[in-house]
Design a protein around this ligand. Structure first.
Ligand code: CA
Length: 465
């Protein structure tokens, strides 16, 4: 046998050992904390240029890490956006394309059991998972409660929103609330038990988040801090309102106070992470679940066009930043499109958790992109389908089409030059429209029709005479 054969074998052996060592080092099981606001506008954090609401703690995440200027969620309203985040898969793949109704008796009204949550994926990898705040993925406690979906602890509410003042929480048991609006007034649940109201909701969630970090500091954890602020109703305490005596519009003033309360909470969580020396072990992300509904809560999405619910950028491009001390560069601005689905994609990849066969994640591990190690784009395209609105959006590079799928004319925008989507270029570049439409057709083949009726399908309440 020629001598080079042994030499080659040795080289392969050395390479193989090196590779497995690198492979082993990659499974490092970082913690992940995702702080998600509800209906926060793109322009309502300091790191996106907000002037009238100081958000120093939220901004510190961008300063100590990466600000993603093109961060998308999977859908421009709460429920489907969260279903996407929670599974790291487009929710249209599994029929979660509407805001679920609050139906504690209906096990089909929410996240199908055919999908796995990030918490379910992370559990076999040794993670302890908690959700604090809004769930909104099903109110049927025996099957849809967060602790039936991979979470080890829950402190929050099952529905799509909540009142903030403890004295307004008048319904003890979550399963007794009839419909969405009553669900806003239930007591919060700690795991499966109703808890007597304690304090202003945002502060209450922040307390619980600090406690979560303290209690779980010694093992890998995933914390979803799911503030319902600044979703309506607009309610804030004097402590926070007093910070905004110079804002005249009462709606904007209360909204600002609510965002300020979140910022305080973010600061306390960051401090707790530092106190336990966990900064280098913890990826901390901040984002909103959809664009601001500007007329409802006085949020702002400028310079983006459109609001919550829209396929314009203002509907589903959100404030998006993440830090990971020692691993991500500090103060970097990343402009390629990323998605909320990537947060799960990142932690699942880093944890070494297995992904079920036949259900690949749409979310990718963002870390190599954010460090600059991978210069490519994380996604071939960003997709949105709004079944009930007869609408698709597809973005590739800076080009975006909006297209009705039951007939109608497509629009094309160049987001690089026209962030506000004011000049329709479809007639000038029909080939581009066709290319993006081909991507849409391909993607749409992988989707299902919505699996349940949504809030919009409820009979309209009769107005009192
Ligand atoms: Ca929302």
């Amino acid at each position: 046998m020629p001598q080079y054969y042994f030499g080659m074998k040795l080289q392969i052996f050395v390479l193989f050992s090196l590779f497995t060592q690198i492979g082993a080092a990659k499974v490092e099981k970082p913690n992940m904390i995702v702080i998600m606001c509800d209906d926060l506008g793109y322009a309502d954090v300091g790191f996106n240029g907000c002037q009238d609401i100081p958000t120093p703690h939220i901004d510190s995440i961008a300063r100590n890490g990466v600000r993603c200027t093109n961060g998308y969620v999977a859908y421009p309203v709460c429920g489907p956006s969260r279903a996407g985040f929670m599974t790291a898969r487009y929710p249209q793949r599994f029929g979660f394309e509407r805001n679920p109704q609050y139906q504690p008796q209906d096990s089909d009204m929410g996240l199908t059991r055919e999908e796995k949550t990030i918490a379910e994926l992370l559990r076999p990898a040794g993670y302890h998972s908690g959700i604090i705040g809004k769930w909104h993925l099903g109110a049927h406690i025996p099957t849809s409660h967060p602790m039936k979906r991979g979470f080890d602890e829950f402190y929050g509410h099952l529905g799509g929103g909540h009142v903030y003042f403890p004295e307004k929480l008048t319904i003890r048991r979550s399963q007794d609330a009839k419909g969405e609006s009553e669900s806003y007034r239930t007591w919060l649940m700690k795991n499966f038990e109703p808890v007597p109201p304690r304090k202003y909701l945002t502060d209450d969630f922040s307390d619980e988040a600090v406690s979560f970090v303290e209690r779980n500091r010694d093992w890998p954890f995933f914390l979803f801090l799911s503030y319902n602020a600044p979703h309506t109703p607009l309610e804030a305490t004097e402590k926070y309102l007093n910070r905004f005596s110079d804002i005249q519009d009462p709606k904007r003033k209360t909204y600002a106070a609510m965002v300020s309360a979140v910022d305080d909470g973010v600061g306390r969580v960051l401090k707790e992470v530092r106190r336990h020396g966990l900064e280098e072990k913890t990826i901390i992300c901040f984002l909103s679940d959809n664009g601001g509904p500007t007329s409802k809560n006085a949020s702002r999405n400028n310079p983006l066009r459109g609001d919550k619910g829209d396929a314009w950028e203002g509907g589903f491009r959100v404030p998006f930043a993440l830090q990971w001390k020692g691993r991500l560069p500090e103060g970097r601005v990343y402009d390629k499109p990323v998605s909320a689905l990537d947060l799960g994609g990142t932690v699942v990849a880093l944890s070494g958790a297995e992904v079920p066969e036949g259900k690949p994640l749409d979310g990718v591990n963002l870390i190599p992109y954010l460090t600059g190690e991978n210069k490519g784009a994380p996604h071939e395209a960003i997709y949105l389908r709004q079944f009930d609105r007869n609408r698709f959006a597809v973005r590739q590079g800076n080009e975006k089409i909006l297209i009705p799928w039951k007939g109608g004319k497509a629009q094309l925008y160049d987001l690089g030059k026209d962030l506000g989507e004011s000049t329709d270029l479809a007639d000038r570049f029909p080939d581009k429209v066709e290319h993006l439409n081909r991507l849409r057709i391909q993607w749409n083949r992988q989707l299902r029709e919505p699996a349940f009726l949504g809030l919009l399908h409820l009979p309209k309440r009769k107005k009192k005479p």
